[in-house]
Design a protein around this ligand. Structure first.
Ligand code: GLU
Length: 423
């Protein structure tokens, strides 16, 4: 994948962006600077080597990370991504976002993130399983149902979570489904977990449309990234009558001014491996997708896509950040200056970790809830969090990103201050 078209920034830049957002929030909320200095450094960082022997006997040594940023509000929580450019700074930035994301939706969790630098698209299923099990083995000392609970992220899925659960359970000598969330439903997973992030993006987008007086029915939406988040956001928004006029994946972007039949598009991607070649669609450039004349733009792939240059040409009235960190600091400034309504990542995509929380509760109690119940509870939590952020934004006369950070950093800071330092 070409970094200039995928929008992948260096991990260092991403971490700087997150830290700048946290710093601004501490200043806006009058939080003492020593709290910022404390929150700047993760509580624990684990780096592991993952040697894997392929069918020909050749050994490749992958590098894996687990960054545990803060656990003042509860056990560490956050996904694991498999991606070629994963590095320590990127995983740290993502772990920090998890701390504030969980606080934004008032979950009793802290923040963590894991990653393995590898390209799953070039690996066999057996190799992915070996990497997963060895990685889990290596971090098994620092995870656990009341310590740190991993989950899926970019290019990891329910099957990978099943391997994590199994490896951890084998090591403990008993079944421990509550050590990881995002498992297959028939193995202790939560109904609705797979669609939860996209569903949350849909709910917050709908709320943003309400604030701006844009009818969702007929709203034109462009989605960058057609993975777990993008596909389910598209499905749920299309169910509300929105028109999904453009989508992209790592191979390219397509457009149809009348909107796609999302179910058929998902089937096409499943069969061919890409959205390209879908009937009645015109192929467009990925940058072009980000700059289309639409009502809502949903970056749902990877960080650093909306740079200053790209943001200057964004025409959407709403940007709902399905991905983590899709907008750079300068990009963010430009969007704000242009008066574009941003649903920031830690709010827009918090549906995934919220459903993870529901999964964790069910596992601890050996319960299984129906999908309806999960999605209703999820919607309620997302709408409440959205309204809290809008209220803070209006009261303090700040943008949505600053508002969500003020709320969540304040919650974490209060917990940190109350707990104090020990030993
Ligand atoms: N990886 C997802 C995120 O970035 C979900 C994390 C979780 O469920 O713990 O929010």
């Amino acid at each position: 994948m070409n970094a200039s078209t995928s929008g992948v920034t260096s991990g260092k830049l991403f971490l700087e962006t997150v830290l700048q957002n946290v710093k601004r929030a501490t200043e806006l909320a009058n939080i003492p600077s020593d709290i910022y200095e404390f929150l700047k450094i993760p509580k624990r960082v684990v780096i592991v080597s993952i040697p894997i022997r392929d069918q020909n006997g050749k050994v490749t040594n992958y590098i894996g990370y687990r960054v545990q940023h803060n656990n003042a509000l509860g056990p560490y929580k956050g996904g694991i991504r498999y991606y070629p450019t994963v590095d320590l700074d990127e995983v740290t930035a993502l772990a920090m976002l998890m701390t504030y994301k969980c606080a934004a939706v008032s979950l009793p969790f802290g923040g963590a993130k894991g990653g393995v630098a590898c390209d799953p698209k070039k690996l066999s299923l057996e190799e992915i399983e070996k990497i997963t099990r060895r990685y889990t083995y290596m971090i098994s000392e620092v995870i656990g149902p009341y310590v740190d609970i991993p989950a899926p992220d970019v290019y990891t899925d329910a099957r990978v979570m099943a391997w994590i659960m199994d490896t951890y359970s084998q090591l403990k000598g008993r079944q421990v489904p509550e050590v990881v969330t995002g498992k297959p439903v028939y193995l202790g997973g939560c109904e609705g977990r797979e669609e939860a992030t996209g569903f949350g993006v849909c709910v917050t987008t709908r709320e943003a449309c309400r604030v701006l007086g844009i009818p969702v029915k007929g709203a034109r939406i462009a989605i960058q990234g057609f993975g777990n988040v993008g596909t389910y956001a598209a499905l749920h928004l299309a169910n509300l009558g929105a028109k999904i006029v453009a989508v992209s994946d790592s191979k390219g972007a397509i457009y149809n001014k009348d909107g796609f039949n999302v179910e058929k598009l998902i089937a096409h991607k499943k069969n061919t491996g890409t959205v390209l070649g879908f009937p009645s669609a015109t192929q467009i450039g990925e940058k072009e997708l980000l700059q289309l004349d639409v009502d809502v733009l949903i970056p749902a792939a990877i960080e650093g896509v909306l740079t200053k240059e790209v943001a200057e040409k964004v025409q959407a009235r709403i940007v709902a950040e399905g991905a983590n960190g899709p907008t750079t600091t300068e990009g963010s400034q430009v969007l704000q200056e242009k008066g574009i309504f941003v649903v920031p990542d830690i709010l827009a995509n918090a549906g995934g970790v919220t459903a993870s929380y529901f999964e964790w509760i069910q596992n601890l109690q050996r319960e299984h809830w129906p999908r309806e119940k999960v999605l209703n509870m999820l919607e309620e939590k997302m709408v409440k969090a959205f309204n809290d952020v809008v209220e803070t934004a209006n009261k303090m006369e700040i943008g949505m990103r600053d508002a969500v950070m003020v709320l969540s950093v304040s919650r974490v800071a209060l917990a940190v201050q109350t707990l104090g330092i020990w030993p």
